[in-house]
Ligand binder design. Structure first.
Ligand code: F6P
Length: 367
């Protein structure tokens, strides 16, 4: 499509909710409505609404007053996929290709382009839409911060702050009862969230999926602290952490989800092992979805606004099939086909790991 001929833009939020989704919706819609006579169509429940033709035009009023609110005014789904949609048939989940009906719905609503706000799963589906001729702009969201192509995703800063506050609060009981307290932090197979929250909360031990931990090393750290009069220890553990040569702890398999494995429970398992080994009282707290809830931080509001404005700029320029990204302090764009299916994990030379080690934090290996 030629630049300047953009008239109707669809917008959807896919995958798990993250603080800042509404800030992006607002920024995309307000910049498009302000700059040009472009109509913005909200697609309900992620790709599910695109498949089922559930959309509505958004007004200025619809996107006002939502900057600070968590969740998404459009709803989301981490299951819907126009190319392999999980559908219940005779008590069994089968995957149906509903792409033709999805493309017809896009045509019915005369959408010239779609803004897809989401993580890896959303970008992978977006890439397939692009291959079918649908102009798409991606916006990188996830509290896990594991999306390839951008320095940071929106939602991460808020989740780190929630994790850090939880660790602060756990200190109270840990100190009073002289306990070993484990705080389990989300993030799937990337340790960004546990690492960020652990550093910000001053955890004594931080365990992330990228560094397989050794029970001996963790116990040695706890004992060393006791010897110097620190009778409690706080362990920030990523839900995807695993022992050397061992496996992650899976809480359940959600068969009809884009990413079926749900991690969870490592803090309880590891806490029991530490208690058995040291004979010291341990307790585990799984933060779970608290980390995605509530209002985005100011940082996430600013980032989400910049991403939304960046997406609108790309649309107006007619530069499609890109994901907006942050590199340094600049908003840039990366081709969507480069993004999906790749996980950005914490590299061994991460300055965050170096900083944690420099202040005496144990990373689960001889410390
Ligand atoms: O990807 C975001 C995330 O919150 C992960 O950190 C977590 O493992 C997963 O989603 C939980 O998924 P659900 O909301 O489907 O339980």
């Amino acid at each position: 499509m030629a630049a300047g001929s953009l008239r109707r833009v669809g917008i959807l939020t896919g995958g798990g909710d993250a603080p800042g989704l509404n800030a992006v919706i607002r920024a995309v819609a307000k910049s498009l409505m302000t700059k040009k006579d472009i109509r913005v169509i909200g697609i309900e429940d992620g790709f599910q609404g695109l498949i089922e033709n559930r959309m509505r035009e958004l007004s200025w009023g619809d996107v006002s007053g939502i900057l600070q609110s968590g969740g998404t005014i459009l709803g989301t789904s981490n299951k819907a996929n126009p190319f392999e949609n999980p559908t219940l048939r005779d008590g069994k989940v089968v995957r149906l290709d509903l792409s033709e009906q999805t493309l017809r719905n896009i045509e019915k609503w005369q959408l010239d382009a779609i803004v897809c706000i989401g993580g890896d799963g959303t970008m992978t589906i977006s890439r397939r839409l692009v291959e079918r001729g649908v102009p798409v702009i991606g916006v990188p969201k996830t509290i896990d911060n594991d999306l390839y192509g951008t320095d940071i995703t929106f939602g991460y800063d808020t989740a780190v702050s929630i994790g850090a506050e939880a660790i602060d609060r756990i200190h109270t009981t840990a100190q009073s009862h002289h306990r070993i307290m484990l705080v389990e932090i989300m993030g799937r197979n990337a340790g960004w969230l546990a690492l960020g929250a652990g550093i910000a909360g001053g955890a004594d031990v931080i365990l992330i999926p990228e560094i397989e931990y050794e029970l001996d090393a963790i116990c040695a750290k706890v004992e060393e602290r006791s010897r110097i009069g620190r009778r409690f220890s706080i362990i920030a553990v990523s839900e995807g952490a695993k022992p050397r040569g061992g496996e992650v702890v899976v809480s359940r398999i959600v068969k009809d989800s884009v990413e079926a494995i749900r991690l969870g429970g490592i803090s309880i398992k590891l806490g029991n092992e530490i208690e058995d080994r040291l004979g010291r009282e341990t307790r585990a707290t799984v933060l779970g979805h608290l980390q995605r809830g509530g209002s985005p931080t100011a940082f996430d509001r600013i980032l989400a606004t910049r991403f939304g404005v960046g997406a609108a700029d790309l649309l107006v320029q007619g530069k499609f099939n890109q994901m907006v990204a942050l590199r340094g302090d600049q908003i840039v764009s990366v081709p969507i086909h480069e993004v999906g299916g790749r996980t950005r994990t914490v590299p061994p030379d991460s300055p965050l790991l170096a900083a944690a080690e420099a202040v005496g934090t144990c990373l689960g290996i001889a410390c």
